[in-house]
Write a protein that binds this ligand. Sequence first.
Ligand SMILES: CC(C)(COP(=O)(O)OP(=O)(O)OC[C@H]1O[C@@H](n2cnc3c(N)ncnc32)[C@H](O)[C@@H]1OP(=O)(O)O)[C@@H](O)C(=O)NCCC(=O)NCCS
Length: 165
Amino acid sequence: MIVSRATVADLDAILALEESGFDRSRWSRTAWLAEIEADDRCVLVDRDAEEKVVAVATFSAVADTADLLRVVVAPEHRGEGLARELVRAGIQWAQAFGATRLLLEVEETNDAARRLYDSTGFRPIARRDNYYGAGRHALVCALDLEPQSIPSPEEIEIETEVAGV
Ligand SMILES: CC(C)(COP(=O)(O)OP(=O)(O)OC[C@H]1O[C@@H](n2cnc3c(N)ncnc32)[C@H](O)[C@@H]1OP(=O)(O)O)[C@@H](O)C(=O)NCCC(=O)NCCS
């Protein structure tokens, strides 16, 4: 699998992932397009050998704080380490941006996502009651980032072969 920056040409595939990953509160095409086009966002995709997009994650950064906003993996590719690979690539981008911490919100009942974040080093720092609707609570999780002097955000070129996948 190859991790690279998403382009507008990936929108259809990203929307298919969105549909496969969420029953409600789905992001629209407009929302994903805004993610891809914004300077302070980093949308990363994983492609299989046929160049098909099979996973996506998006990150934002403002000053010293970055956010992991979304990560979705195609159902048939879950459990292969793709989400972790995208999160690690996003961490590199956030460090290059100059962020010193990465935040995210996760629904308390989302065991797969919580395991992913826990095994990547995120730790819960707060709970937001009813954040996703009545009775659906969020955990806010944080990961401290090591400052990095290089590369700059403009220089970072994410194109990683995931070994063994
Ligand atoms: C959450 C999600 C992104 C995980 O993707 P993935 O590629 O299967 O995750 P990985 O293979 O990288 O696994 C990362 C860790 O999570 C664990 N994990 C993955 N799926 C799991 C599940 N269903 N239950 C428990 N743990 C799970 C893995 O075992 C691994 O833990 P480890 O490091 O201890 O081995 C995927 O399940 C998904 O797309 N879910 C729907 C969308 C969603 O909920 N996104 C998160 C909120 S935006």
